[in-house]
Design a protein around this ligand. Structure first.
Ligand SMILES: Cc1ncc(COP(=O)(O)O)c(C=O)c1O
Length: 300
């Protein structure tokens, strides 16, 4: 069922005087349009995990997420679409059922388990995972954010679907998306990973841990100067840029991942970082549901 040929997401060309002036072509791979709700890198990451879950004959999926998490949202939708019971361990201590992401998950029939922040910190510990496996027998456990080997396979598929480019750019949180993309990208294409976390220098090691071949690849780098204040934070200037892109180019962005990436990329273009006649593909990794959470918290 997951292998059935789905339509690839479209590629949008951005027309803007800056791009003409700098003589670069900017394309956006609209993975936010892959599916109405299981969109972006979250679907890319889930796809082969769900295939593996079926192969192992597991009866349910179990994963982890913060209360506004894109991964939690996508897992909930996948659970509903494919009729796979889901348990999601939510960073608590309490569940605010007015939160739009959690409401959506609940409406999808997901079992939400709030845990203390202290317990949540154990989410990658083997002993804790063993306990969960005993507590929820025959479940398939996916790490927070969905980043594991099967996720990389889906992100490789994304890379293979891209048009020819000199540069490919994506937002980086845990590094899984970039690690997977690197395994499907020609070495003549440079990958730029825009880190959304502040002080995330450890991420280059993490990308290489997830994809050991990346250690010997010269065609990628992480950009640490566009975190815009750190994870979950953003400047007025960035949010104004997001709104402008939506208005002028019908390109919806949210300021936690894709807005940061595009705003950073735009600054690089302004600084003539890219040689003339370069083709740049920016990957829209979805996450637009996050806008509802930001509105709910009066942050936008
Ligand atoms: C919308 C969106 N884009 C990009 C990323 C970054 O992906 P990764 O964690 O694989 O680096 C995330 C991660 O949560 C995300 O939700």
């Amino acid at each position: 069922m997951f292998n059935s040929k789905h339509l690839e997401s479209p590629v949008q060309r951005i027309n803007h005087p800056l791009l003409r002036d700098k003589k670069v072509t900017l394309l956006v791979k609209r993975d936010d349009l892959l599916h109405p709700t299981v969109q972006g890198n979250k679907w890319r990451k889930l796809k082969y995990n769900l295939i593996e879950l079926k192969r192992l004959n597991r009866s349910a999926i179990l994963t982890f997420g913060g209360p506004f998490s894109n991964h939690l949202y996508a897992t909930a939708m996948a659970s509903k679409l494919f009729n796979i019971p889901a348990h999601i361990i939510v960073r608590g201590p309490h569940l605010d059922m007015q939160n739009p992401t959690l409401r959506f998950a609940k409406a999808c029939g997901v079992n939400l388990h709030a845990v203390t922040r202290l317990e949540y910190r154990q989410r990658s510990d083997n002993a804790y995972l063993q306990d969960l496996a005993t507590q929820f027998p025959n479940t398939y456990i996916v790490p927070e954010g969905g980043s594991n080997q099967f996720a990389l396979q889906g992100c490789k598929e994304l890379a293979l679907s891209l048009p020819n480019a000199d540069y490919v750019c994506c937002a980086v949180g845990s590094g899984g998306t970039l690690a997977g993309i690197l395994s499907g990208l020609p070495t003549s294409t440079q990958a730029l990973g825009m880190c959304v976390l502040k002080g995330a220098e450890y991420l280059s090691q993490e990308v290489c841990r997830l994809n050991p071949n990346a250690a010997s690849q010269q065609n990628w780098q992480l950009m640490h100067q566009f975190h815009d204040g750190g994870y979950g934070k953003f400047s007025d200037a960035q949010w104004a840029f997001c709104q402008q892109m939506k208005q002028d180019h019908a390109l919806p962005l949210e300021p936690i991942y894709t807005g940061k990436m595009m705003f950073g990329l735009w600054q690089l273009i302004e600084q003539s970082y890219f040689p003339e006649h370069s083709t740049i593909v920016a990957i829209h990794t979805g996450g637009l549901q996050g806008l509802d959470g930001l509105r709910y918290r009066n942050l936008i």
